[in-house]
Design a protein around this ligand. Sequence first.
Ligand code: 1GP
Length: 240
Amino acid sequence: MLFLKSLIEAKKSGQKLLAILLDPDKVALTDISTIIFKIETLKADFIFVGGSLVKEGATEKLVKALKKVTNLKVVLFPGDASQITNLADTLLFMSLLSGRNPEYLINQQIKAVSKTQNSNLEIIPTAYLLIDGGKVSSVEKISNTKPISQNQEELIVNTALAGQFMGNQLVYLEAGSGAKYPVKTEIIRELTNQLQIPVIVGGGIRTQKQLESAYVSGADLVVIGTAFEENNLFLKSDKK
Ligand code: 1GP
């Protein structure tokens, strides 16, 4: 099933999905079988691949290696257009709507077009919102945009709704990789009550409790990177 369709169906049925994020610059290709074993043990539904800044060609090498050893769908979560490869299944075609930097609102997207021509990638317009997670994130540094404060709930919700009205099919609520704290459950709840499209939540989720809270508040898919990288397999029990 296509990625977006799985999210829409999961949203309808209340099933909760999990993705593990791999940064191509941090993964040693020699470890790929062990990594996949861990991801499959966690019962993750998808593998996300991306980073704020990734060496040219590293994403393609990683996706190629993943495809040899797993049937899980590989979803590109690119920091910029250079990270796009046709070997993946899905591309989150993101606009950084929390920021006001034209480079990440439209310019990288234009650069991405030539990379997606003649590909079979499932391309999903995605409203990407950077929310303050208590420390300066790589996204903030690279994009040169400020995250929205967690106190500005109305602004967060209105930004996501604007994203939906502009035709985005997904919202990604991002506290930043390695965030001190994840997006507050009240924000996730308010946002998911008002939106019709599925919501992805990521950034700073390190414990089973934080994962459950995000799901209970309405997150359809949770993305975990740092806790996985740090080998913190807190999810050993079955996810709900
Ligand atoms: C980062 O949302 C993802 O873009 C995951 O964040 O690394 O904090 O899990 P973590």
